[in-house]
Design a binder for this molecule. Structure first.
Ligand code: NOJ
Length: 568
């Protein structure tokens, strides 16, 4: 189609393995389950899978605490099961990228067990050790960032939970060991990596303390109760200031270059996407990461036309300014955030807004990433019984609220449930059966299934329903795939002052496409002036508009309508 790389035109789909499909009836998703669903993904129109961690792990942080980088967690299957999955995905022309957690390992990883065993073992310097806590740094998950180990009579540093000790990346042996793991999966044929939390890999060598007059629990609590614009601004500043010495160090660029060089040794355009929004991690556009996520698009309470326009203006200008032009990458949800359907809801037009936002991600310039379940409109399911929480960060917060901040237990349970990432990690809803077809009815799934699986929020009932969210996604994806301007075209916003709808062009030399997303109940008759174009031929309309042409001088747009039209 063009000289674009596969990852530029691909539609990515994030699979959270624990919650996707359980083939062996233990209440936990697995590779056999994922493999059995590949035809579903192909039919949906997916080109690439981002697999959240599938490695052995004690699961303090749901797999992001890895105890062996070169194997498969037994609950997900064996290495052979992984290979079979990869083979079957590739056979369907679906690429697979893995999650690569560089900043930390599990505290049960043999590297850490050895490192903590004495001050003079061969891996003594593989983690960040100090004699006494040198500052007031916080772990962003569970309070103090320094944890004591009696064997060494020393403390180690952890940006995340204490079960996730930070590796000392200034030690070359650490790099070599990790690069071996990177090669292990590339040799097996995986197509790239999503890089976890790269910003946190190095810390300020001067160990400068933070100057926020609170600890983590107090800051979380303050964030929940902040209401006025001043309080909200202060909260945002505090979050930044509390952690600013613990991430974003300049050495990271050399590290990313080193990693990129390894990927470039392989054929097949292997790729890296960073869990970071900083375009600086794309280097000169061709020597660090291929993609970074456009997180500023999603980190708002409400998606509005004004916000989208500003976001695109800022992001695209920076990408365009790179020596080798950068490629955009958009997403609105993942395993760490509220589900799109819940996050951007207004309580009145939730379904309409979810559909608009799906269309947004699938039509903006750049590579889109979807999160499993989004395509059937899965919603957050807040767990109010603290004993059922699996996200241990939330359990920690619950205890801190009760014990340190003396918050009423009922309120603490609600707050913990709301902040917990369990709500957006509940099992995929395949059918209206008990346990939503994720696992057999007699089995207890690792997290409760959202009850709305019995009310139509499931794959089985949506598949043949022309009005379902799933059909809507499939139609949109089909239009995207068959419209070169949407896959690779330039972007030009139109009607820059409109507050309730967002209109833009995507265009190549051969094709010009108009996209209009109406974020309001208003019915519009819009006039667009596009040089050389007079008519709009509807490619997609969520209002069921017929494929008849409309004059560009009078384009009708219904309430909450998504309109995609080719201009001629
Ligand atoms: C970012 C991951 O997305 C999140 O789930 C995890 O808890 C942290 N990094 C730590 O690895």
């Amino acid at each position: 189609m063009s000289n674009l790389k596969w990852w530029q035109t691909a539609l990515f789909y994030q699979i959270y393995p624990r919650s996707f499909a359980d083939a062996n009836a233990d209440g936990i998703g697995d590779f056999a389950g994922i493999t059995a669903k590949l035809d579903y993904l192909k039919d949906l129109g997916i080109d690439a899978i981002w697999l959240s961690p599938h490695f052995p792990s004690p699961n303090w942080d749901c797999g992001y605490d890895i105890s062996d980088y070169c194997d498969v967690a037994p609950e997900y299957g064996t290495l052979e099961d992984f290979k079979a999955f990869l083979h079957e995905a590739h056979a369907r022309n679906i690429k697979v990228i893995l999650d690569l957690v560089l900043n930390h390992t599990s505290d049960e990883h043999p590297w850490f067990l050895e490192s903590k065993s004495s001050r003079d073992n061969p891996k003594a310097d593989w983690y960040v050790w100090v004699d006494t806590p040198p500052n007031n740094w916080q772990s962003c998950f569970d309070g103090d960032a320094w944890t004591y180990v009696p064997e060494r009579d020393q403390y180690y540093y952890h940006y995340f939970m204490k079960q996730q000790p930070d590796l000392n990346w200034r030690n070359p042996q650490v790099k070599q060991a990790m690069w071996q793991a990177v090669r292990f999966w590339l040799d097996l044929g995986v197509d790239g990596y999503r890089l976890d939390a790269i910003g946190t890999i190095y810390e300020d060598p001067a160990l400068t303390p933070h100057a926020v007059p609170m600890n983590l629990a107090q800051l979380r609590r303050f964030s929940e109760t902040a209401r006025t614009p001043q309080e909200i601004a202060l909260k945002n500043r505090y979050w930044h200031d509390m952690f600013k010495h613990q991430w974003g160090q300049p050495e990271l660029h050399d590290l990313m270059k080193e990693l990129r060089a390894i990927l470039d040794e392989y054929d097949g355009d292997r790729m890296l996407v960073g869990e970071d929004d900083d375009i600086a991690y794309m280097g000169n556009g061709n020597d660090e990461l291929h993609l970074v996520f456009n997180f500023p698009l999603m980190r708002v309470e409400r998606i509005t036309p004004v916000h989208i326009r500003k976001n695109q203006q800022q992001r695209l200008a920076r990408l365009d300014a790179l020596p080798v032009r950068g490629w955009a990458c958009n997403t609105l949800g993942n395993h760490d955030t509220s589900r799109i359907y819940s996050h951007y809801a207004d309580g009145q037009h939730d379904a309409e807004l979810a559909r608009l936002n799906a269309a947004l991600v699938l039509t903006l310039r750049g590579t889109p990433f979807l999160y499993n379940g989004e395509e059937i409109g899965m919603q957050d399911y807040i767990i109010t019984d603290p004993s059922k929480l699996r996200d241990t960060m939330a359990t920690w917060y619950y205890n801190a609220l009760i014990n340190d901040l003396k918050v009423d237990p009922a309120e603490a349970a609600l707050r913990a449930g709301e902040m917990s990432r369990d709500k957006n990690r509940t099992p995929m809803q395949w059918s209206p059966l008990p346990n939503a077809g994720f696992c057999p009815p007699h089995v207890t799934p690792w997290l409760p299934v959202h009850p709305n699986h019995a009310e139509g929020v499931n794959v089985k009932e949506q598949l043949d329903n022309p009005d379902s969210m799933l059909t809507y996604y499939k139609r949109l994806i089909h239009v995207r795939k068959n419209t070169p301007a949407l896959l690779m075209g330039e972007y030009k916003p139109l009607h820059l002052k409109a507050k309730e709808y967002f209109a833009f062009l995507r265009y190549t030399e051969q094709q010009t496409v108009l996209v209009v997303l109406n974020y309001s109940v208003t019915h519009y008759e819009l006039t667009f002036r596009v040089p050389g174009k007079k008519q709009a031929r509807v490619l997609f309309s969520s209002a069921g508009r017929s494929k008849r042409d409309q004059p560009l001088s009078k384009v009708s747009l219904g309430p909450f309508e998504v309109l995609i039209a080719e201009l001629f």
